[in-house]
Ligand binder design. Structure first.
Ligand code: BES
Ligand code: MN
Ligand code: ZN
Length: 504
């Protein structure tokens, strides 16, 4: 999909151009309960009061979620007019905006229009750049087609590709440059999201740790990012005993991916992103029940999201330094797999009694968090599909956010709100640490049923004491189940927005 900006000199002239200009489709928003204004008013006048009559007859009221497709509207240059209900003007905030974009895009997708012009009605407090970037990301999200992008998975010829090729936003000349930059940012984030979704959706027999490392390398090469992949031998030399205990039961070789992007002076401390890369989580000897186990192919979505974020950051050439770390392996049962009760020595030197081999994410992450110390980071953020209990706590709406520093937490929460990829702050009170007591090692890897997401974060916090640290539990947000089963690409938008804010 191509997105472009049409700069118009003055609002009135722009509206005339918008209304008269030849295009396959024109998308206009209408508020509920008020007579048409702006571009909608211009369209109404040009069409001899068509929109007014539709409103009068209650055929179109501007109600949030409503839509109307008109072909060959009189007096208007577009072959099709798509009206989208924006709801009450005073309620037109970010979420209503995105909903309207989704609806407009779906109507367009149902037509043969190859290109369309979109008039942007801005939500309260947001500029044209925010709106343009959001439309790009929303439309790209909607038109993502895993099967078309990964031929060979379904052998039947796919239905023909959607007709829509190009979306143009008409904006005032003075905001044209900002809008163009916003489109480029939106496309970069969307590319990162697509990359993360592809990796997440690929089955675990294709997306192995080796495949993940190859994809990371290829992306790094393409975007001028330094890549290094450590194999088993090097992981052993580093004494990553917790990571090694998780990979013990599988024949797939583990990988530790290190990517380094330099967009600022070498003296500037980097942000380090760490992603959980369990390419399949059977639970190990603490085997998971069979139902829905296929979804544990998504247990590398944290890894996919930090790789997608790296791709977006390098594409945007952000003026920051960024390191991405991905410990990746399978969690499988076997005759040589780690057993409940086994005690391992982590890279930090702390010992862990593995009471449940299904609490494996924290075991690979804790060694990566220790490895992160060598970068003298400004902040470390790990991203993981860590706990089912986070899904119970927050559902599929917010990612769980934990942090040992207030400013980092606030910045990440704000970035999430801005990017419509929200997180919710969770507690790390020291009282929860009690639950990790072990009779046989420095700590246990599980803390029992109460506050399972919190105790997982508490476990990680013991390896993140030397720097500012945040943890995003994305177990509920990284993928969808049911008919629309598939990876979401979250939290690439949140992370990219956070890093863009740092670059300013
Ligand atoms: N990958 C899972 C977490 C998960 C489960 C995410 C279901 C999304 C949906 C993780 O490795 C895991 O198995 N966690 C256990 C921890 C428990 C054994 C303390 C869990 O959440 O049940
Ligand atoms: Mn598990
Ligand atoms: Zn897992």
């Amino acid at each position: 999909m191509e997105f472009s900006i049409k700069a118009v000199e003055a609002v009135r002239a722009g509206q005339t151009e918008l209304i008269r200009g030849k295009t396959d489709a024109l998308v206009l928003g209408l508020f509920e309960g008020v007579s048409p204004s702006g571009a909608a008013k211009a369209a109404d006048q040009a069409s001899g009061g068509l929109i007014g009559r539709l409103i009068k007859a209650s055929d179109f009221t501007g109600k949030r979620g409503s839509q109307l497709l008109l072909s060959e509207p009189p007096g208007i240059g577009a072959a099709r007019l798509v009206l989208v209900g924006l709801g009450k003007e005073e309620d037109f905030k970010e979420k209503a905006f995105v909903e309207a974009v989704r609806i407009g895009a779906r109507v367009l997708a149902g037509t043969k229009a190859r290109q369309a012009v979109w008039n942007l009605d801005l939500p309260h407090g947001r500029g044209v750049d925010w709106a343009a970037q959001t439309v790009v990301q929303t439309v790209r999200d909607l038109t993502y087609d895993f099967i078309a992008r990964n031929p060979g998975l379904k052998t039947k010829t796919p239905p023909s590709a959607p007709a829509l090729r190009k979306l143009t936003f008409a904006v005032n000349a003075k905001s044209a440059a900002a809008a163009r930059a916003a489109i480029a940012r939106g496309a970069a984030v969307a590319d990162g999201v697509d990359f993360a979704r592809d990796l997440g959706n690929l089955p675990a027999n294709i997306c192995t740790p080796t495949y993940l490392a190859e994809q990371a390398r290829a992306m790094a090469r393409r975007l001028g990012v330094k890549a290094e992949v450590l194999g088993r031998k090097q992981i052993e030399v580093l004494k990553m005993g917790a990571f090694l205990s998780v990979t013990a039961g599988t024949v797939q070789p583990p990988q530790f991916i290190v990517l380094r992007y330099q967009g600022a002076a070498a003296t500037q401390a980097p942000v380090v992103l760490v992603g959980k890369g369990i390419t399949f989580d059977t639970g190990g000897i603490s085997l998971k029940p069979g139902k829905g186990m296929d979804e544990m192919k998504f247990d590398m979505c944290g890894a996919a999201s930090v790789l997608g974020t790296m791709a977006a950051v390098a594409t945007m050439k952000l003026k920051i330094n960024l390191v991405v770390l991905v410990p990746t392996c399978e969690n499988m049962p076997s005759g040589v797999a780690t057993k409940p009760g086994d005690v391992v020595v982590t890279m930090s030197g702390q010992t862990v009694e593995i009471l449940n081999t299904d609490a494996e994410g924290r075991l690979i992450l804790c060694d990566a968090l220790t490895y992160a110390e060598r970068f003298k980071p400004a902040a470390v953020i790990d991203v993981a599909t860590l706990t089912g209990s986070c899904v119970i706590a927050l559902g599929h709406v917010n990612s769980g956010l934990y942090a040992n520093q207030e400013e980092l937490a606030d910045d990440l929460l704000a970035a999430g709100r801005d990017a419509l990829d929200t997180a919710w702050r969770m507690p790390l009170d020291e009282e929860y640490q009690e639950q990790l007591k072990s009779n046989f090692a420095d700590m246990a890897n599980i803390g029992g049923r109460p506050a399972g997401s919190v105790t997982a974060a508490c476990y990680l916090s013991r390896f993140a004491g030397k720097y500012n640290w945040a943890h995003l539990d994305i177990a509920g947000t990284a993928w969808k189940s049911g008919a629309a089963k598939g990876a979401t690409g979250r939290p690439v938008p949140l992370l990219t927005r956070y890093l863009s804010m740092l670059a300013k």
